[in-house]
Design a protein. Structure first.
Length: 285
């Protein structure tokens, strides 16, 4: 039987003070993400909340997961809290804007470089679902990889490389089905950066944006609807994007694949451990 672990981190107020006002929803979000994981079929669920969310605790948890999980296994990680940016050292090494992004844990900042080091510990064939609700969260990727989709609304996000079926005179439900089947990630990561696992990153904003406290997760939980949502990560992303952008706020959710190529990952049922049959999962287009 495949193994599946989930780890949910939430920090309202770091010990050394916040880069912004203290948050109200992040620690509650960690518990709610743990509940989502249970509904999705995860039996091993860990919450690191408030002063429990230390650098050592995160290190022990991720390194332990890397020792436990093998090909075909899944890790689900979520973080909700303040995000920050620091000058990339050495300058220009792996950040196109010369800034590293990081999570504000209770006692320190966990930079994206360090997080990538944890992902490198995982074996080939492991899938990692990573959900971040923090400022600059869309910048937790590697080596300049960016999501393909742009713009607001489902039509605006459809990559030009995607060839959709043509339904001549088709009813609206057929068009909707075509949108749900269209992949939201149409190319493999340009450089896996030594990461053998496949990491699907769903973030509440871009790398140059701040995130509103709890807004992204509020829409996520509403769409999830206690597990009633059974469509793909891509469709969840499209609906989240429309919900958040429909509020005319200054943040835009992102979806991105890091590490090893896995064209089927984003088309799997979102969060649910039950996977589609192989014949139902197209590759990159």
């Amino acid at each position: 039987m495949d193994h599946a672990l989930s780890i949910h981190i939430g920090v309202n107020q770091p010990r050394a003070g916040s880069p912004g006002d203290p948050l109200k929803h992040s620690e509650e979000t960690a518990w709610r993400m743990a509940g989502l994981a249970r509904q999705a079929g995860y039996r091993s669920v860990l919450v690191l909340q408030g002063d429990e969310a230390t650098r050592d605790a995160v290190h022990d948890t991720l390194t332990g997961a890397a020792r436990t999980l093998g090909s075909g296994d899944t890790l689900f990680v979520s973080f909700s809290g303040h995000g920050t940016q620091q000058r990339d050292r050495p300058v220009g090494r792996d950040e196109r804007d010369n800034l590293d992004e990081g999570w504000c844990l209770y006692d320190s900042v966990l930079l994206d470089d360090t997080l990538a080091g944890y992902w490198r510990l995982f074996k080939a064939g492991v899938r990692i679902v990573l959900v971040t609700e923090s400022c600059y969260g869309g910048g937790m990727g590697r080596l300049g990889d960016e999501p393909v989709q742009q713009g607001s609304g489902t039509a605006g996000m459809r990559p030009a490389a995607v060839v959709r079926p043509v339904y001549r005179g088709a009813p609206p439900e057929a068009e909707a089905a075509a949108d749900r089947a269209a992949p939201c990630i149409t190319r493999a990561p340009s450089n896996p950066d030594g990461i053998r696992a496949s990491v699907l990153l769903l973030s509440g904003c871009r790398e140059d944006q701040r995130a509103q406290d709890g807004m992204f997760s509020r829409h996520l939980f509403r769409l999830w609807n206690d597990g009633a949502f059974t469509d793909s990560f891509c469709e969840l992303y499209r609906q989240l994007h429309n919900c958040v952008m429909g509020k005319q706020c200054a943040q835009e959710p992102r979806i991105q694949l890091l590490g090893a190529a896995d064209p089927r990952f984003s088309l799997e049922p979102a969060f649910h451990l039950t996977r589609r049959a192989p014949g139902q999962r197209p590759g990159y287009r």
